[in-house]
Design a binder for this molecule. Structure first.
Ligand SMILES: Cc1cc2nc3c(=O)[nH]c(=O)nc-3n(C[C@H](O)[C@H](O)[C@H](O)COP(=O)(O)OP(=O)(O)OC[C@H]3O[C@@H](n4cnc5c(N)ncnc54)[C@H](O)[C@@H]3O)c2cc1C
Length: 356
């Protein structure tokens, strides 16, 4: 079992729409720090399965750490989906679920900026957390474009109405209903977004929606660095199953012309994590996360496919490269961030810190 997994009690289950529920968790006092979260982050839930033991599914926090007492996730049924339907059908108040600590980088870095928020369906979940938080602690203006199938499927309709009434000068909410106007095209979106083109953009919704929004933003020449996107998908790996350490490649040695023997395929890395420092050999063909786990170091991870950014860390010294990167944007790479699950060493001596 992942060392960052904890048993949490579900305090309340709220039916949001016919096919979406919110789960509110009680956090025991000794876990308060571990479950501190930022708006836009998510929890990973263990869903039991008679077929595979369990599956792991990520759900964004819809609560705001600045306004709500308890962390809440909101799950919408995926037609034919296993995990979401299990959670909607089976979880009641008082149940205990196994949950990983909050993770994710879909988080505004500054709260006084103007925000352009685009959500479709269950994509509203991290967006409402960002929106509520920004209204509470920021000073910027916020425009929300929220697409849904029909009026009945709008999650948080009342809450959004109340917020728009409470902050008439700062918040503009535009609902787009597919039942009345079809899917929003790139052109429609660009027309709507034009007044907000200098805002920081956050997008969360199905692939088709995200691609229309991206095209619309492209028509407005909004630079990629101003846009953050959260991609929903189901994990293929399972961070709740016990990790089997990856066998280290045998360390190769080369004999130099002078006859001395030097390790060729192993770098050395100093890793700061959870207040401790470890110095380890880092075989050049092994990803940093695998090296840490094989040394029983409790590094954070969820997907191991570069999508979730749970294993994000900073390269303080040395050069590294990533095999794949689906979640870090240019500015984060420029700040030296990397994903441990995809990182290989390029230099001989490296220093990495899990400080995000
Ligand atoms: C960062 C992030 C945040 C997210 N936030 C949200 C959110 O806030 N709200 C939300 O609704 N969604 C969210 N999602 C999406 C969510 O994690 C799931 O992908 C979604 O709920 C669909 O999962 P599902 O299991 O219902 O469907 P699917 O993944 O489509 O289910 C089908 C899969 O389950 C397997 N399966 C079927 N039956 C079984 C069985 N008996 N045992 C084991 N496996 C089985 C199948 O083989 C298949 O792989 C988020 C995703 C990410 C990555």
């Amino acid at each position: 079992m992942n060392g960052r997994a904890h048993q949490l009690k579900v305090r309340e289950v709220i039916s949001e729409t016919a096919d979406a529920v919110s789960l509110i968790f009680d956090i025991p006092t000794d876990l308060t720090r571990r479950f501190a979260y930022a708006p836009g982050q998510y929890l990973t839930l263990r869903v039991p399965s008679e077929r595979t033991g369990s599956v792991a599914r990520c759900y964004s926090l819809s609560s705001s750490p600045y306004c709500d007492d308890r962390p809440t996730v909101t799950v919408k049924r995926t037609p034919g989906g296993y995990g979401s339907n299990w959670l909607c059908d089976n979880v009641s108040a008082g149940d205990i679920l196994t949950v990983l600590e909050p993770a994710g980088t879909f988080v505004p870095r500054a709260w006084d900026r103007d925000l352009l928020l685009c959500a479709a369906g269950s994509g509203i979940t991290p967006v409402i957390s960002i929106l509520t938080s920004a209204l509470a602690i920021g000073r910027g203006d916020i425009a929300l474009f929220y697409a849904n199938r029909d009026r009945e499927s709008i999650i948080f309709a009342n809450r959004l109405q109340q917020l728009a009434r409470g902050y008439p000068r700062r918040l503009t909410v535009t609902h787009w209903l597919e039942s009345e106007r079809g899917l929003p095209s790139a052109r429609v979106f660009a027309l709507w977004a034009r007044p907000y083109r200098r805002h920081d953009v956050y997008v969360c919704g199905p692939a088709g929606f995200a691609s229309s929004v991206a095209q619309g933003l492209g028509q407005l020449r909004i630079p990629g660095r101003a846009i953050r996107q959260e991609n929903y998908r189901s994990l293929t790996g399972n961070p709740f199953e016990r990790h089997t350490p990856v066998a280290s490649e045998p360390t190769q040695v080369v004999t130099t012309a002078g006859g001395t023997v030097a390790p060729a395929d192993v770098a050395t890395v100093r890793v700061d994590i959870d207040g401790e420092t470890h110095t380890l050999p880092w075989p050049r063909s092994e990803k940093l996360l695998d090296v840490l786990l094989s040394h029983d170091i409790d590094a954070p991870y969820v997907c191991r496919e570069s999508a979730c950014a749970t294993c994000v860390c900073s390269v303080k010294q040395g050069r590294t490269r990533m095999l794949m990167n689906e979640s870090l944007i240019e500015q984060e790479l420029a700040r030296g961030l990397t994903l441990a699950c995809q990182t290989l060493p390029e230099s001989d001596d490296l220093h990495i810190a899990f400080d995000q």
